[in-house]
Design a protein around this ligand. Sequence first.
Ligand SMILES: Cc1cc2nc3c(=O)[nH]c(=O)nc-3n(C[C@H](O)[C@H](O)[C@H](O)COP(=O)(O)OP(=O)(O)OC[C@H]3O[C@@H](n4cnc5c(N)ncnc54)[C@H](O)[C@@H]3O)c2cc1C
Length: 79
Amino acid sequence: MDAGRLRPEQVSFGKLNNVREAIEICRTARTILGANGISLEYPVMRHATNLESVLTYEGTVEMHQLVLGKALTGLDAFR
Ligand SMILES: Cc1cc2nc3c(=O)[nH]c(=O)nc-3n(C[C@H](O)[C@H](O)[C@H](O)COP(=O)(O)OP(=O)(O)OC[C@H]3O[C@@H](n4cnc5c(N)ncnc54)[C@H](O)[C@@H]3O)c2cc1C
């Protein structure tokens, strides 16, 4: 980024993978805690709902996949 060579699809790749992994980790943490994972006593569901927001803003997984698909193939699958 400092060198001015960052491309939008690289940002898409980082955002897509970062949020996807964070949600997966959160789901694992929730199942490790069993029934307690779904109660308000533990903050796992708070992180899960927060991550659903993060998944949405600045582009969903679907949107970033479209951006990456275009970068890889040169073909638009969207308008
Ligand atoms: C907590 C929160 C905070 C936010 N803060 C801000 C903010 O500070 N500033 C700001 O500008 N915005 C903000 N937003 C808005 C956010 O950026 C948008 O919600 C996001 O860009 C998705 O747009 P949308 O909700 O209109 O969904 P849509 O774009 O209508 O998408 C709905 C669904 O359709 C899919 N989709 C859309 N287009 C296509 C296509 N062409 N092909 C295939 N699938 C498609 C999407 O992947 C998604 O699954 C915030 C949203 C949330 C939830």
